[in-house]
Design a protein around this ligand. Structure first.
Ligand code: SF4
Length: 224
């Protein structure tokens, strides 16, 4: 075996007997092989898509082939959140809380039109148009509902994504781990408030208040 590292010359007579690598190149395939074949999804479903997810876990489709048959009943033992179904505003705080409780490395698969973009309920007063507004999504599976085969295709896409990750650059091992921060849990009030957008919301509210005050002054002036 010869090295593909361009800046290290190997004498011709030694080629075929030398392996040049680094720790990451050596470990990555093993590290990723173990992770990609033991992704444990969370027992968690929201609407009709969940029925297809449950079906995918049945013997007919045999998720054990992918090492994914161990659905966990707690986020603390789960690697994968499959958001399967319509995401209502009432449910978002709970979904974000569950996501925050999952350990790294963790992944999110958005299953179906509803989870990815609101689906047929997009214009509904109580539905959010995509769970990716609140938690980072790794794989989107289209369909209404996606078939078990489509979900399996999405799971294979996730495995391919895991294959591309390196133990040397994985964010959860970095000192400045960008995944360490918890996602703020949205507040459910008259409408859903995403706390990350609080500054924008405050600025817009102040602007609206100023406009209303100006209008009131304008309408009051002729009477005076
Ligand atoms: S995408 Fe279709 S099948 Fe899935 S939850 Fe929405 S309406 Fe139901």
């Amino acid at each position: 075996m010869t090295s593909t590292t361009p800046d290290i010359a190997i004498p011709e007579e030694a080629q075929g007997n030398v392996v040049l690598t680094n720790v990451a190149q050596l470990l990555d395939p093993v590290y990723n092989w173990a992770r990609r074949n033991s992704v444990w999804p969370m027992v968690f479903g929201l609407a009709c898509c969940a029925i297809e997810m449950i079906c995918t876990a049945s013997s007919r489709y045999d998720l054990a082939r992918f090492g994914m048959e161990v659905f966990r009943a707690t986020p603390r033992q789960s690697d994968l959140m499959i958001v399967s179904g319509t995401v209502t505003k009432k449910m978002v705080p709970t979904i974000v809380r569950l996501y925050n409780q999952m350990p790294e490395p963790r992944y999110v698969l958005s299953m179906g039109a509803c989870a990815s973009g609101g689906g047929p309920f997009k214009e509904g007063y109580n539905v959010v148009d995509g769970i990716d507004k609140f938690v980072p999504v790794d794989v989107y599976v289209p369909g209404c509902p996606p078939t078990p085969q489509a979900l399996i295709n999405g799971l294979i896409a996730l495995q391919e994504k895991i294959d591309q990750q390196s133990i040397a650059t994985a964010p959860w091992y970095r000192k400045d781990d960008p995944t360490a921060d918890v996602v703020p849990i949205p507040v459910l009030g008259p409408d859903l408030v995403d706390l990350r957008q609080l500054d924008i919301i405050k600025a817009e509210a102040a602007k609206a208040q100023a406009e209303m005050a100006a209008e009131e002054v304008e309408t009051a002036e002729p009477a005076a």
